[in-house]
Design a protein around this ligand. Structure first.
Ligand code: MG
Length: 246
């Protein structure tokens, strides 16, 4: 067993199959004790929503928690990485984004807990997704530095262009001192594409959403593995494929 950095999405990646999760947790607990393996969760959820999930599902305490699609980074004890927040704020204008989105009645705001300082989130039906280019053009026209991430045919996140799951992964690689060939990222949907665009090994779940599979097939790489297993079983399969676990 070697030391590695595991960066995993939660919903429908780590979480979704309780038996497979228990099995993976056992293996990871061993690896963390013996080899100093580091565990990072990277989720679209807010910290509030993450804490709720952690009371419902058997999750190991991560070394680093990346929430709100990469816009916030926490260390154990809910310690926010202020440096990350500050550097991610450059060019971001939340009020301007909110004003522009009010012109689109198809956008239904997500709960208040999911609206964050560097992220504004909506529900958007797949049949209304045709508004996205227009929305993006209006944001660009105002000169706001933002990115739109549409996942699972329902979640639209508009966030600072400096902060997404991928940029947060690159930052954490530096903070913890892991090279790309010792980093493994796991995901299942559109907001995980940013993870796989970084220099990292990657595992896509067998249950991945069409938008991620489509991207994967267009951007094939020897550093990325499409698992057959679903959720935690897919992560275990990927760790074995890359030789991190037997
Ligand atoms: Mg997911």
């Amino acid at each position: 067993m070697t030391q590695f950095l595991l960066v995993t999405d939660l919903d429908n990646t780590l979480v979704g199959d309780d038996r497979a999760l228990d099995k993976l947790n056992q293996r990871l607990t061993q690896c963390r004790q013996v080899n100093g393996v580091k565990l990072v969760y990277s989720t679209g959820r807010s910290i509030t929503s993450y804490q709720k999930l952690s009371t419902e599902v058997n999750l190991l305490e991560p070394d680093v928690l990346i929430t709100a699609v990469g816009t916030e980074i926490y260390y154990p004890g809910k310690v926010l990485d202020q440096k990350w927040t500050t550097q991610s704020s450059a060019g971001w204008n939340r009020d301007a984004i909110v004003a522009i989105t009010q012109q689109f009645p198809q956008l239904v705001p997500q709960p208040e807990s999911e609206q964050r300082s560097l992220k504004v989130s909506f529900l958007l039906d797949a049949e209304d997704a045709h508004i996205l280019p227009d929305l993006e053009a209006k944001i660009k026209h105002q000169g706001v530095d933002a990115q739109l991430i549409y996942s699972s045919n329902q979640d639209l996140d508009i966030l600072s262009s400096r902060a997404n799951k991928g940029n947060a992964l690159a930052y954490i690689q530096q903070v913890l001192g892991f090279e790309f060939d010792r980093t493994i990222a796991c995901g299942d949907s559109g907001n995980d594409i940013a993870l796989f665009e970084q220099k990292t090994l990657g595992v896509i779940m067998g249950n991945a959403q069409p938008e991620l599979l489509q991207w994967h097939h267009k951007n094939l790489s020897d550093d990325r593995y499409l698992a057959q297993g679903f959720c935690a079983a897919g992560i275990l399969e990927g760790l074995q494929y890359f030789g991190f676990l037997q």
